[in-house]
Design a protein around this ligand. Structure first.
Ligand SMILES: [Zn+2]
Length: 280
């Protein structure tokens, strides 16, 4: 069933787990993430970022996410990741997305507030959730992060009326190694300034124990995971092609990734919840 971000994050906040924002790049990975959610009986967020949208038009992604949500046995959020214009958010809402992230993190505080608030107004009219970002989450071997200021987070949350807040507390996008050091003290200061569910981008780089701690002991309710899953995709595809060198059919080739990606997504879902005794 289709769900908004608010619907899935409120359960996560009260019950002490986090919902993964699974980065979708195509049909096979989207199917795998929903299967993983069903297998673990947990909601999932399918998210289309700028790379995905450059490859597949938003209206196609909207229909695909909606269809997967409609037939799923668990709540599925159709989320637009890192939109930088109101127009992109409008197109996504028209296409059936139930949640949008407006990324004004490269703007001044005033401009970020002004534009995010406009997205919130539009989203409210359509019953869609909004994620905003305050501070700046940098990129591995790219732009440097700017840590989230708790007072700015408080002002931003009040004025924009977003449903979830992406923060910068040591997390970095596109990390291939799990060596991100989360600043839990900085996170506590943000938690003291706002009651909003918090979002961590760059989840792939965070060690497993810290992921679980974020999910179960803090108000972080959404962790975005992309790089780690893209690595699983690449490895599974390569191994299938090596094992069956004469294969040429696109569907046969791509089907090879679904099971490994489902297993990897289940592993992430278990990582973002309290440890079950003796099971993981
Ligand atoms: Zn991000």
């Amino acid at each position: 069933m289709i769900a908004t971000l608010t619907e899935v994050l409120s359960g996560a906040l009260t019950e002490g787990y986090a919902v993964p924002g699974f980065v979708v790049l195509g049909w096979e990975d989207a199917v795998a993430y929903v299967r993983a959610g069903e297998a673990e009986n947990r909601p999932v967020i399918l998210q289309a970022g700028p790379g995905c949208r450059a490859h597949t038009p938003i209206p196609i992604l909207g229909v695909m996410f909606r269809h997967l949500a409609d037939v799923a046995e668990v709540p599925v959020v159709a989320h637009l990741d890192h939109a930088t214009t109101l127009d992109e958010c409008k197109k996504a809402i028209e296409a059936g997305f139930s949640s949008v992230m407006f990324d004004g993190s490269r703007l001044s505080l005033d401009e970020n507030i002004r534009r995010t608030e406009a997205v919130s107004r539009l989203a409210e009219e359509h019953g869609v959730s909004v994620e905003g970002e305050i501070g700046f989450v940098g990129y591995d071997a790219g732009e440097t992060s700017i840590g989230t200021d708790p007072e700015e987070a408080r002002i931003f949350a009040e004025r924009t009326r977003v449903d979830a807040l992406a923060v910068s507390v040591g997390n970095i996008h596109l990390q291939r190694e799990t060596d991100t050091a989360i600043n839990f003290n900085a996170l506590r200061a943000i938690e003291a300034a706002t009651d909003l569910p918090l979002v961590i981008h760059g989840g792939s780089g965070i060690p497993v124990d810290d992921c679980r701690r974020l999910a179960t002991e803090t108000s972080v309710c959404k962790l975005n995971i992309g790089t780690e899953l893209r690595q699983v995709f690449g490895a599974a595809l390569r191994s299938g092609l090596d094992r069956y060198p004469h294969r040429f059919d696109r569907i046969e080739i791509l089907n090879e990734v679904v099971d490994p990606m489902t297993d990897a997504a289940r592993d992430i879902l278990r990582r973002l919840a309290p440890r079950k005794s003796g099971l993981d």
